[in-house]
Ligand binder design. Structure first.
Ligand code: CA
Length: 237
């Protein structure tokens, strides 16, 4: 089961998609225009989006670019009546994870959606986690060992840096609280460093600082969200 957002202005298609996806067990929210979808994406956490490109108020391509600035890891399957190669390339460059041209077969949509959701989850990718958005470097983390690569170059990370980075990547585009990081560190059986919660809390800023330096040329940045925590996002040039 996944929490899905369907953004489609054609009422018949929207309702049909929603009914079908609910029937296979998903939790579905719908939006008939780009602005409503944007508001929903700001307030609610979804596992995936089915996005029509031709939309009123805010075009699907603009919405897709906005999603990629804010919610890096959110899987998006694009639906469109445009079937030219250039539109396909533009959609994929703008950050679509997959693409279907209308009219499409419902079984194919379900299969592609399921594959997309599977890929986006942590143990997929054969035990590694990947992140690449727009012009950022491709960041890959092993899901079980403190190993990571930036564009296939190994990143030198300590156990704590790696667990902080995997938490940020898993929640890319969303705030990870200091408490979340500290809890992860405490529950890590391989972390035998000494020092209480206070030491760990002070150390967190040091680790964030180190990670920022290691990601310096990747196009990814770790934003300090005052009072809340940290967020991995695309660096603004
Ligand atoms: Ca449309």
């Amino acid at each position: 089961m996944a929490y899905l957002l369907i953004v489609e202005d054609d009422e018949l298609l929207r309702d049909g998609l929603a009914a079908q996806l609910r029937q296979v067990g998903h939790e579905v929210t719908t939006a008939a225009n780009g602005l409503l979808a944007q508001a929903l994406l700001e307030s609610t956490r979804f596992d995936g989006v089915v996005l029509d490109l031709g939309l009123p108020l805010l075009d699907g391509m603009q919405l897709l670019r906005w999603v990629r600035q804010r919610l890096l890891a959110l899987p998006v399957l694009v639906l469109t009546a445009r079937d030219g190669v250039e539109d396909r390339v533009e959609g994929l460059n703008a950050g679509a994870d997959d693409y279907l041209t209308k009219p499409f077969n419902m079984a194919e949509l379900e299969a592609r959606l399921a594959a997309m959701l599977r890929r986006s989850r942590l143990p997929a990718f054969g035990g590694s986690l990947e992140l690449q958005m727009g012009s950022t470097s491709r960041l890959r983390l092993d899901a079980t060992q403190p190993l990571a690569w930036l564009d296939d170059e190994p990143l030198e990370l300590t156990q704590r840096e790696w667990s902080l980075l995997s938490l940020l990547v898993t929640n890319a585009g969303q705030v990870v609280s200091r408490e979340d990081v500290l809890t992860t560190w405490q529950s890590d059986p391989s972390d035998n460093s000494t020092g209480g919660a206070n030491t760990a809390s002070n150390a967190l800023e040091v680790y964030v600082h180190r990670l920022r330096r290691k990601l310096a040329d990747s196009g990814l940045s770790i934003r300090n969200v005052r009072g809340l925590g940290y967020m991995l996002e695309t660096a603004t040039p």
